[in-house]
Unconditional design. Structure first.
Lengths: 270, 280
């Protein structure tokens, strides 16, 4: 019940629409550019298009999940609107999980909408023989959205107001998309870490996990993954890598949800 | 019925409530009065589980900590600052609250009853403070809970809104009602009992009837000559020919007639003064 109301409310959220439109436009542009290349250089252009979509998703999907999740509870706590819901005869867990499910519906819908436009353009231009890879990409993006949303909602449960929640979400986005990878890279070089350790460190970051999983199953050019990804494919195969890294995303989604719920229950009384 | 037994609330190292015990029998109307920061809001928030506390809180016999959902089902709560999810319209707020209370969503009659019929499609952010307060009171009554709790109900209400609230309080017969306010003025005529909180403790617990009986009016008049006055009337002061009289409510008409209706100023005591008198 809470979920259905939250989906309805989220659809009126300007952030959601702004990011969805931006994501959809970028995927459409990336696909169109790839399509024009396809006619010249053949199917390898699909790989390039897919790689572009992966990188777009790495930026937009976590931003969508983190921002939408972070402003929701903290904003309502700040305006005292949360008291209205907390005073109702509704279990706190049901409220939090319901809210998560509602927002998850909105984030997933926005992600699919963004991919939908790209998918139509690619299918029209390149046929449907690479459809499984494309669906993998959509599935992995959905999982990344759910993981980001869990983290965003956990931030929201802990933040005292909307401004701080949004600030923390943007910091988390920066850390997940840029800083962590740089840190892993620097550590690998400075400490001469073995490839397996670097792989584990990289895979612990949901955005990196998504990138490796998506590139492993979508493209037919594993070199694009770099040496760490090559190690993963060498050991687990492309599909095995994607499945294992999907597990990482699921752990982030479930873990973030658990941490956020715990914090929410602690602060919202019995 | 409500029972707070030895309720203590600590927040960020400060004690907001210290061992508060108050029992409100079913059907009683109670005014919880005290200065800002006395702990009134916190005490009310324990009923719906909005603050962690030690001690026991019972709502209609249900332990608010042990069975919080059941306890909340029995309470209609109107907070001091009424706020709803900003993306929703007034009608959607009512429908959501109805669904959460297991009722079929049908906001129109509820909005009509609160005088908000034409505003059902407005987002809550577009409603005035008074409208929000009315919406809050209407939502709090959904499901006909036996306990109604209003925190500073007169804030944000204009005169028309206050009159509506007074009518509503009078019509809430049979329900247990707790009204928190930083001032008692007017409330003592609507409730059965007054509890005064200060610095997180109960400092007075008196029947409203006692306050009403004690109620007096200070009359200032410039009589040509001093008339015979009833024994209960006290002369407070004489200055420049003006006479300051303290007149019990039930003697007011008689005194005004004796003064040939020439009272020039009337002053009523603050209800808190009456409480101090009750306490001696």
């Amino acid at each position: 019940m809470v979920a259905s109301w939250d989906v309805r409310a989220a659809l009126r959220d300007r952030w959601l629409w702004a990011l969805t439109v931006a994501f959809g436009s970028m995927t459409l542009a990336a696909s169109a550019v790839a399509l024009s290349g396809l006619r010249v250089v053949g199917l390898s252009s699909f790989d390039r298009a897919a790689a572009s979509l992966v990188h777009l998703s790495m930026l937009f999907v976590p931003l969508l999940g983190l921002v939408l999740g972070s402003v929701w509870i903290a904003g309502e706590r700040e305006s005292r609107a949360l008291d209205f819901l907390l005073a109702q005869p509704l279990d706190r867990r049901a409220l939090y999980v319901g809210r998560y499910l509602g927002l998850a519906g909105a984030v997933t819908g926005a992600t699919w909408l963004g991919y939908g436009t790209a998918g139509v353009v690619l299918a029209w231009g390149a046929g449907t023989d690479r459809l499984p890879g494309f669906l993998w990409l959509v599935l992995l993006s959905t999982l990344l959205g759910l993981a980001s949303l869990s983290v965003g909602l956990a931030i929201s449960a802990a933040a005292p107001n909307r401004g701080r929640a949004l600030g923390a979400a943007l910091l988390a986005w920066l850390a997940l998309t840029v800083l962590t990878d740089l840190g892993v890279l620097a550590s690998a070089v400075a400490l001469r870490l073995p490839a397996a350790v670097v792989l584990s460190l990289a895979a612990a970051n949901p955005v990196s996990a998504f990138r490796m999983a998506a590139l492993a199953v979508v493209t037919r050019t594993p070199e694009i993954l770099g040496p760490v990804g090559m190690v993963a494919i060498d050991r687990l195969g492309a599909t095995g890598t994607a499945v294992a890294l999907s597990g990482v995303l699921l752990v982030w989604a479930a873990g973030g949800l658990g941490v956020g719920l715990r914090r929410f229950l602690r602060d919202s009384g019995p | 019925m409500i029972a707070w037994r030895d309720v203590t609330v600590r927040y960020r190292g400060q004690t907001v409530l210290q061992g508060v015990s108050v029992e409100v029998p079913a059907g009683q109307k109670l005014a919880l009065v005290g200065p800002n920061g006395a702990g009134k809001t916190t005490l009310l928030r324990t009923l719906v589980g909005l603050v962690p506390y030690s001690g026991t809180v019972l709502v209609d016999g249900v332990d608010a900590r042990g069975r919080p959902v059941e306890a909340r089902r029995r309470v209609g709560y109107v907070p001091q600052l009424v706020a709803f999810p900003p993306h929703l319209t007034a009608g959607e707020v009512v429908a959501l609250a109805q669904e959460l209370r297991g009722l079929p969503p049908d906001p129109a009659p509820v909005l009509q009853g609160a005088g908000l019929g034409p505003h059902g499609r407005k987002r809550v952010g577009e409603l005035s403070g008074g409208m929000l307060r009315r919406l809050g009171v209407a939502v709090a009554q959904l499901g006909d809970p036996p306990v109604l709790v209003l925190d500073e109900p007169t804030s944000y209400l204009d005169r028309e809104g206050e009159a509506w609230l007074v009518d509503w309080l009078r019509s809430a017969a049979g329900r247990t009602v707790v009204v928190a306010s930083h001032q008692l003025r007017g409330l003592e005529r609507l409730v059965d009992r007054v509890v005064l909180l200060d610095a997180g403790r109960v400092v007075a617990d008196v029947a409203a009837e006692d306050l009403r009986r004690l109620h007096w009016v200070e009359v200032v008049a410039v009589p040509s000559d001093l008339p015979d006055l009833p024994e209960e009337v006290r002369v407070l002061a004489r200055s420049n020919g003006a006479l300051h009289l303290r007149v019990p409510d039930h003697r007011l008409r008689e005194v005004l007639e004796a003064l040939d209706q020439r009272a020039v100023r009337v002053h009523e005591p603050e209800p808190e003064e009456l409480i101090r008198e009750v306490l001696g």
